[in-house]
Design a protein around this ligand. Structure first.
Ligand SMILES: CC(C)(COP(=O)(O)OP(=O)(O)OC[C@H]1O[C@@H](n2cnc3c(N)ncnc32)[C@H](O)[C@@H]1OP(=O)(O)O)[C@@H](O)C(=O)NCCC(=O)NCCS
Length: 144
């Protein structure tokens, strides 16, 4: 059974935890006075001993295709490496989402491969693409 979305939970979260929790968070992307959209991250278990961050990005429709998607990934990567000990940040998108794939590649993410039938949307299973950015991918002088 699919659980209905519970938007009231999202409305309450800024008061409850400032949208920053140990297992994930949300930050607003702003430019000047404009609220461009938001980025989010959550814990993804990769081994019994460790986790990485899985990130997502949603610019508001009127700000898409203007370079903000690409620009927003870079400070998010930097922020997560600066504020946690994870070695790996990963991102996934549907294989047809060329804009997100380009934005990730231009932000320095490495394409790892195709995950067949990895996402269910609009009544169908869709292939996905997996990307990653490792702490060791940061240029030496920038590595925390
Ligand atoms: C995917 C998304 C995050 C990209 O952010 P954006 O700010 O629109 O992307 P940018 O403007 O930085 O453009 C990145 C690249 O995608 C290309 N692009 C942008 N919109 C495109 C579109 N509709 N179709 C194909 N390519 C597109 C740009 O030309 C650019 O590539 P280039 O440098 O080779 O020219 C944004 O469009 C979006 O949120 N879309 C809907 C929701 C979504 O898919 N979120 C991601 C969930 S995984």
């Amino acid at each position: 059974m699919v659980r209905p979305a519970r938007p009231h939970r999202h409305r309450r979260r800024p008061q409850e935890d400032g949208l920053l929790r140990a297992d994930g968070g949300v930050l607003l992307v702003v430019k000047g006075g404009d609220r461009i959209g938001f980025v989010s991250w959550s814990k993804a278990i990769i081994t019994r001993a460790g986790h990485c961050w899985e990130i997502g990005l949603i610019p508001a429709p009127e700000f898409r295709g203007r370079g903000y998607g690409t620009q927003a990934h870079k400070p998010l990567v930097r922020y997560l490496f600066d504020h946690s000990t994870v070695h790996r940040i990963q991102a996934g998108t549907e294989i047809t989402n060329v804009a997100e794939q380009r934005a990730l590649e231009k932000a320095g993410f490495t394409r790892e491969g195709v995950l067949r039938g990895a996402g269910f949307r609009a009544g169908k299973w869709h292939d996905g693409v997996r990307y990653s950015f490792l702490r060791s991918d940061l240029p030496d002088p920038e590595r925390p």
